[in-house]
Design a protein around this ligand. Structure first.
Ligand code: PHB
Length: 390
């Protein structure tokens, strides 16, 4: 190496060091790692989350707390077996400042473990894994969505107390989200006098429902509670109708069963009751503005996933504003989000001690292409955060 090339190389190293230092001080681009499903049954959910996140950033001139946002993306394929490698691409290879992801609970638990070990800020914009804000809770881990328990528990209460159902069956994919969702329903249902007498499962993301629908028809429960989402939810609701079951046994679920899916479900979903932290027809100024902005930007109607992505960006913005863009100031960053009131399209929410939204759960009814607001099923519902010590 000549003296000149050595000098050039040293200058390049010095610049790189300076750029890193500048980043740490809250200037320069902030690297946001988006780890989401861009293939498989949850693809539409990943896209809606990314859209929502970008909408909020774009409404603020492409910046949060004065820092331009740079996106690095990984398709997690909703595959827990690849999750640790995938999240490490963002943490170790791309050196991101913050990770936003994901949809699938099994993948999210691997992400939470990696975030806890590395100290990287993680904002979960969907996956409801109870453990993320339970035993795995940490100062640098936040959720902008829900815990699997929240909408499920509310539906159990509605089914028993308001709809007077006594005997229910559940059906879901056999993985954390499905298990926790049916358990939450069972808890709410049985506390109010109902009984879940059979729990059916199939592996994620299988959609061969026929044999299980035959079992339901034979058992004749008063109601069925199902957790499915994305492409799988479309197929399940249509198969339930094709089997003629919707005429005799009401199908309930958390709102994922009918959110972002109604165009494809059409007639099969009409009249269905679900519970969720978002609904169509909230008709607040905040939600109306969000919906107009989203429709204009993406030529699509927003759904709960879009809202969760949008609010992940809001939460990041709150933390960065308090630290003048320096995400390295971890204690101030965390404290700001912990005391914030997030002005969400769903309605204002705050963070629980374990960093999960404390939020209203709505009862909704499918009418045409909308999950129309019926009532507030449970106001300000806090996840019990079993096992979180923080
Ligand atoms: C989850 O795996 O936690 C999950 C996936 C899709 C949903 C909701 C929860 O719509």
């Amino acid at each position: 190496m000549t003296i000149r090339t050595t000098r050039l190389a040293l200058t390049a190293i010095a610049f790189a060091a300076l750029a890193t230092a500048a980043g740490a001080q809250g200037t320069g681009k902030l690297k946001v790692g988006l780890m989401l499903p861009y293939s498989g049954t949850y693809t539409a959910l990943g896209v809606a989350i990314e859209n929502g996140f970008k909408l909020y950033v774009d409404e603020h001139g492409g910046k949060l707390a004065g820092r331009e946002i740079e996106y690095l993306k990984v398709d997690d394929e909703s595959d827990p077996a690849k999750a640790t490698d995938n999240v490490n691409k963002l943490i170790k290879r791309d050196n991101v400042d913050v990770i936003v992801g994901t949809v699938h609970s099994g993948v999210a638990m691997a992400m939470a473990k990696a975030a806890k070990e590395s100290g990287t800020v993680l904002i979960v914009p969907n996956a409801g894994a109870d453990a993320v804000t339970g035993p795995m809770c940490a100062p640098n881990i936040f959720r902008s969505s829900f815990s699997n328990w929240q909408p499920a528990y509310a539906m159990g209460e509605v089914a028993a107390k308001q709809q007077g159902k006594k005997k229910a069956m559940t059906i879901t994919w056999k993985y954390a989200a499905g298990d926790e969702s049916v358990n939450g329903f069972k808890e709410g249902f049985e506390k109010n006098g109902g009984k879940v007498d059979k729990q059916l499962t199939l592996p994620f993301p299988n959609v061969e429902f026929q044999a299980l629908l035959t079992e339901i028809a034979a058992a004749k429960p008063d109601a069925v509670y199902a957790f499915f989402a994305g492409g799988g939810a479309v197929k399940f609701v249509k198969d339930y109708q094709a089997a003629g079951l919707n005429k005799t046994i009401p199908l309930y679920g958390p709102g994922f069963l009918t959110d972002g899916t109604l165009d494809a479900q059409g007639e099969a979903a009409q009249g269905m009751l679900t519970t969720l932290h978002y609904a169509d027809g909230l008709n607040t100024a905040r939600d109306n503005a969000f919906r107009v902005g989203y429709a204009k930007a993406f030529k699509l109607q927003p759904d709960v996933y879009a809202v969760q992505g949008y609010d992940a960006a809001q939460m990041l913005g709150v933390g960065l504003a308090a630290t003048k863009g320096d995400i390295g100031k971890k204690a101030e960053f965390t404290a700001a989000i912990e005391k914030a009131k997030i002005d969400s399209p769903r309605g204002t929410f705050t963070m629980s001690k374990s960093h999960n939204p404390v939020q209203d759960i709505y009862l909704r009814k499918v009418e045409g292409k909308e999950n129309k607001l019926v009532s507030i099923a449970i106001k300000g519902l806090t996840d019990p955060a079993r096992g979180c010590r923080m």
